[in-house]
Design a protein around this ligand. Structure first.
Ligand code: ZN
Length: 152
């Protein structure tokens, strides 16, 4: 197997070049800042939660291609989701990239992840796992009214 699939590269490079929802959200009622000291990724996730659902979500900051693409795709995946759905996607995503979920190829329990599956290749690169999960940890912190998180 090639070290990174072509799909993985294309999607991640595209989101890195043109990050979606990359702005400060003026209407945010939740936000958190996340750091990954290992790589230098630093981002802020903004959420507008209304009636327990993610009405708007955005991010800003700087970091490597993986962290930026992960944040961009996360904002797309979470818009319109309930707080519970967001938390369960976070768990699925984390399980997929950190390799701590037992998912057989036959019965893929990560189906809810959709195109976020391009990040499954990150599992092969332990130092990159924190880059991919940083936006999710930060989103999780924002949902739970924590202001600052560090992956260290
Ligand atoms: Zn990084």
């Amino acid at each position: 197997m090639s070290e990174l699939s072509e799909l993985y590269q294309q999607v991640i490079l595209d989101h890195n070049k043109k990050p979606r929802n990359f702005r400060k959200l003026e209407t945010a009622n939740h936000s958190a800042e996340g750091f990954n000291p290992l790589c230098g990724d630093h981002l802020t996730v903004y959420l507008n939660l209304e009636e327990g659902a993610v009405k708007e979500i955005s991010f800003e900051g700087s970091g490597c291609a993986i962290s930026k693409a992960a944040a961009s795709m996360m904002t797309q995946a979470l818009k319109g989701k309930s707080k519970q759905q967001a938390e369960s996607l976070f768990k699925e995503f984390h399980g997929m990239v950190a390799g701590d979920s037992v998912v057989s190829d036959e019965e893929d329990a990560s189906d809810g992840l959709g195109n976020l599956k391009v990040f499954s290749g990150v599992r092969e690169f332990p130092v990159r796992v924190k880059c991919a999960t940083l936006p999710w940890h930060t989103m999780h912190a924002a949902l739970n009214n924590q202001a600052l998180i560090s992956t260290e």
